[in-house]
Design a protein around this ligand. Structure first.
Ligand code: WT7
Length: 650
């Protein structure tokens, strides 16, 4: 057994200097083994943390210099117009140059960039960096021929196939701004995002597979696109080959265009300003429509490169598997950009964890010799319930590191992951971050002592704080609002087309500090423990959804007068959606109608938003100013005390 475990009772476990952190730690602590420390690229967390704290800009400038720039930047950080921070301003770069072009000049050109397997296990594809350049160049030349110019928005709506990665990189290569919409979203969610971004081109596939079922992505996309006048062209990648309607002039088969002289195997990479937008990604906020979070070429590039390098200790011989979807920020940063910037080999899998059986993921780890697995607590809990017999059928000895993201991980799931999957030799990197932060913000590295359920400490150069309503720091172990005190290169630059909302959402409540929207506490060892969202954001299986979005889907049903959605604890999903519905007069709240409403939400937004339960009520608890008191609904639904009801209108 490589890792020594220490509880407060035992006093003798030695703390290696190299592991960093305070000497006597509280609670249950897992120290890194000698083997882990010996192989870690970064052995001394403390020293780097100290120097980065002293010289934030120096730290990031050094990281940025490990990458190639067409023209060097003048100022590492420009905070003269904060909170509109600029990083590496006046520098010329393109993230794709560093993800692909740079590697072609070295022996890495022959290294695998991606390994892909289909859901049914019948198809395998691999792409070296050299081949990746060819594929991305072909896609880039094709989208250029469809009229896409620097700064144009392109919506991407696809399953987990290599072409989704090519599409994102092709956009970045020609300087277009990609907006990926998760392939599990449905008509309304897609339409809203295409419309808001005014995309000219939409890249889709004909369909995708999910647990053996065909999802007709093109039909969903067609329904959304007819309502979006900005769309001039639709590029369709063939995946499922089922019959799809085709609109002449607007729709183009990708495989047919590849056969024409338009498709070029080498294509120039556009020179961009460091602060030029790279992508927008929609995410749920507390109110109203999803917000388009904007990230840039330069800072995002440096942030994702550096965090993946240090936190997951990326080495040339690794086989990295981030089991998220490219359609979320986790996929953007750690399937696509971060791994390619590090010249890593990534595994991309089309399916989910339990199809055709709960041994699928473990089989893939054995088959491809995965060395690092990065996933979400909900997946771990979901697989844990099928028991050890599934993972125990496979050889998981290639694993050396594990990771988790998306929501707090309960210690029970942490220990199962650590023991059953990692065989007590793989440290677990519990990475706290957000769509907005672009990169890991509170995270261990392999040499940091771990406490199950804590993301440990802020990344190099960052300082986090727990504050009360007035912004005053609270005492150790007290719960409060989590804020970030320092700017970081991969930070969102704004909300696309809505800079006022950017300022009010993130920088107004605690001036000078970034408001995360999470509550947390910090223990006496300086370790952070995330509790959860403090706004009306629900995390269903790690996916971020807004109560307002669910409510606006419900209201489009003819029987619904008013509704309130809340998140309640769920054993596997972390949180699940519960809806309280007030029906229009003379409509009966039957179980059939409840079921119909659940399906209605799933159809308009996507299956992930399907409510766990719809309950009919005569009245919704509201404040005198008419705001629904979700706190009261939550308490009622769980049979808990309803708390202070003085503002309740009655
Ligand atoms: C919210 C952001 C960025 C990756 C995926 C989520 C929660 C994220 C953790 C973690 C506890 C976490 C927070 C955060 N969250 N990681 N390791 N421990 N909570 O991105 O969809 O923008 O959601 O996810 O509540 O605010 P996102």
């Amino acid at each position: 057994m490589a890792v020594k475990k220490k509880t407060t009772k035992k006093k003798s476990t030695p703390v290696r200097k190299a592991s960093g952190g305070p000497k006597k730690m509280h609670g249950e602590v897992f120290y890194p083994s000698k083997e882990v420390v010996a192989q870690a690229n970064l052995k001394n967390w403390d020293a780097l943390a100290k120097s980065a704290a002293k010289d934030l800009q120096g730290f990031w400038a050094k990281e940025a210099k490990e990458l190639e720039w067409f023209k060097p930047w003048k100022k590492t950080l420009d905070d003269s117009k904060k909170p509109f921070f600029k990083w590496f301003a006046d520098g010329k770069v393109n993230i794709v140059h560093n993800c692909i072009d740079r590697h072609l000049k070295t022996s890495r050109r022959n290294k695998l960039a991606f390994i892909w397997e289909s859901e049914d296990g019948k198809e395998h594809r691999t792409y070296s960096y050299y081949a990746l350049n060819r594929e991305v160049s072909r896609m880039a030349s094709i989208i250029k021929s469809l009229g896409v110019k620097k700064g144009d928005r392109v919506t991407i709506y696809m399953g987990r196939i290599p072409e989704i990665v090519f599409a994102m990189l092709a956009c970045a290569k020609v300087g277009a701004i990609h907006s990926v919409v998760f392939g599990g979203f449905s008509v309304d969610a897609l339409q809203g995002r295409i419309e808001d971004s005014a995309s000219k081109l939409v890249i889709i596939c004909d369909g995708s597979y999910q647990n053996g079922k065909l999802i007709e992505l093109k039909r969903i996309a067609d329904e959304a696109i007819v309502r979006c006048p900005s769309v001039e062209n639709v590029l369709v990648v063939r995946r499922t080959s089922h019959d799809v309607p085709f609109q002449q002039g607007r729709d183009h088969w990708y495989h047919e265009m590849l056969e024409t002289p338009i498709a070029k195997e080498r294509f120039p990479t556009e020179v961009m300003d460091a602060e030029d937008p790279l992508f927008i990604l929609y995410t749920s906020g507390s109110t109203g429509k999803p917000k388009a979070i904007l990230h840039t070429h330069g800072g995002y590039m440096v942030g994702t490169y550096s965090t993946l390098k240090y936190v997951f200790d990326i080495k040339d011989e690794d086989r990295w598997w981030c089991a998220a979807d490219p359609g979320w920020i986790t996929g953007h940063s750690y399937i696509v950009y971060g791994p390619l910037l590090n010249g890593a080999t990534s595994f991309l899998y089309e399916g989910g964890p339990t199809f055709p059986n709960p041994g699928r993921w473990w089989q893939l780890i054995e088959r491809y010799g995965i060395t690092i697995l990065y996933t979400a607590p909900t997946a771990i809990r979901g697989l844990m319930r099928f028991g050890e017999e599934w993972p125990n059928q496979f050889d998981l000895s290639s694993l050396r590191l594990l990771g988790t993201v998306g929501e707090p991980i309960n210690p029970e799931a942490w220990k199962w992951y650590f023991t059953v999957i990692g065989k007590e030799k793989c440290p677990i990197m519990d990475t706290w971050w957000q769509t907005e932060t672009g990169m890991f913000m509170i995270t261990p590295t392999p040499v940091v002592p771990l406490k199950p359920g804590s993301g440990t400490r802020p990344f190099f150069g960052q300082e986090a704080e727990i504050v009360d309503e007035q912004g005053k720091p609270v005492k150790d172990n007290e719960e409060g609002y989590l804020v970030l005190k320092k700017p970081w290169p991969a930070m969102l630059r704004t909300i696309y087309k809505d800079p006022d909302r950017y300022v009010s959402q993130y920088w107004s409540k605690y001036p000078g500090r970034y408001m995360t929207g999470d509550s947390a506490r910090r223990d006496e060892d300086g370790y952070f423990w995330i509790i959860g969202r403090v706004d009306d954001v629900i995390k269903v299986s790690g996916h971020r959804l807004g109560t307002a979005e669910v409510e606006s889907a419900l209201i489009t049903h003819p029987a619904v007068a008013e509704s309130a959605a809340i998140g309640l604890p769920h054993e596997i999903k972390g949180q699940a959606i519960f809806c309280f519905v007030l029906l229009k007069p003379n409509i009966n709240g039957t179980p059939e109608l409840a079921e119909e409403l659940r399906q209605h939400v799933a159809k308009t937004m996507g299956a992930i938003a399907r409510p766990e339960e719809v309950r009919f009520v005569d009245k919704l608890p509201k404040t005198r100013s008419g705001k629904i008191m979700r706190r009261v609904l939550k308490a009622r639904a769980q049979g808990l005390p309803e708390g202070d009801l003085s503002t309740l209108e009655e």
